[in-house]
Design a protein around this ligand. Structure first.
Ligand code: GRF
Length: 203
């Protein structure tokens, strides 16, 4: 069974979707073993506790560098035999300490059609720009800000009557459906990566 760690900093709707999919046997036979969280007060921690999933919670300010806390995370992941990482609203850049050992095995979900609107508040960026279509992207993590190879994308139309809340709700609904599907195909090892080209067998 493929063991997964989810990294999150906030509400955790994507964490919940992954945990639920694993519990229902819809995650390609993978299990969510660990939540890694950089915010001790984040609501996602309560979700992990309710689901009976272990947590590794840390305060970045207590470490000398990003590399220092990532080394601790890497040791924790190794100890638990984690094969795949799913970033789900983890609001920190990742260094080579984690990118290297998990190259091709670390995913992120981002609420825009990358390469449009990388970084923080992608939904607000799309609304401010006035685009008529935004969407969601699942991509591999390469150490840049939302720059890794694209694995899956879904477009979402922005309607004239949309508010931030209504658009965000549609984006979250799409994310919580797509992310478990993509993690499942990784867990089933149906993915091949050549440079920026990611292909999924049978999809
Ligand atoms: C999601 O929109 C995700 O795309 C982005 O951060 C948000 C996290 O939401 N990276 P949640 O914590 O999963 O509810």
């Amino acid at each position: 069974m493929v063991k997964i760690a989810v990294f999150a900093s906030g509400q955790g709707s994507n964490f919940q979707a992954l945990a639920d999919a694993a519990a229902a046997g819809r995650l390609g036979g993978a299990s969510v073993e660990l939540l890694v969280c950089d915010k001790p007060e984040a609501p996602v921690i309560k979700r992990a506790e309710a689901a009976g999933i272990d947590t590794f919670v840390f305060r970045p300010k207590e470490y000398a560098s990003r590399e220092a806390y990532e080394a601790e995370i890497a040791a924790e992941l190794e100890k638990r035999g984690i094969e795949l990482i799913a970033l789900a609203g983890y609001m920190r850049l990742i260094t080579s300490v984690l990118v290297k050992p998990y190259e091709g095995r670390m995913l992120n979900i981002h609420p825009s059609l990358l390469p449009a609107f990388p970084g923080k508040d992608a939904i607000g960026q799309a609304l401010d720009y006035g685009v008529k279509c935004t969407g969601i992207t699942v991509h591999l993590v390469d150490g840049g800000m939302d720059t890794g190879a694209v694995v899956a994308q879904l477009p979402i139309a922005i309607e004239a009557e949309d508010t931030r809340e209504s658009l965000e709700a549609r984006i979250h609904a799409a994310e919580t459906k797509l992310y478990p599907e993509v993690v499942a195909v990784f867990a089933e090892k149906r993915v091949s990566v050549e440079g920026r080209k990611v292909s999924i067998a049978g999809r």
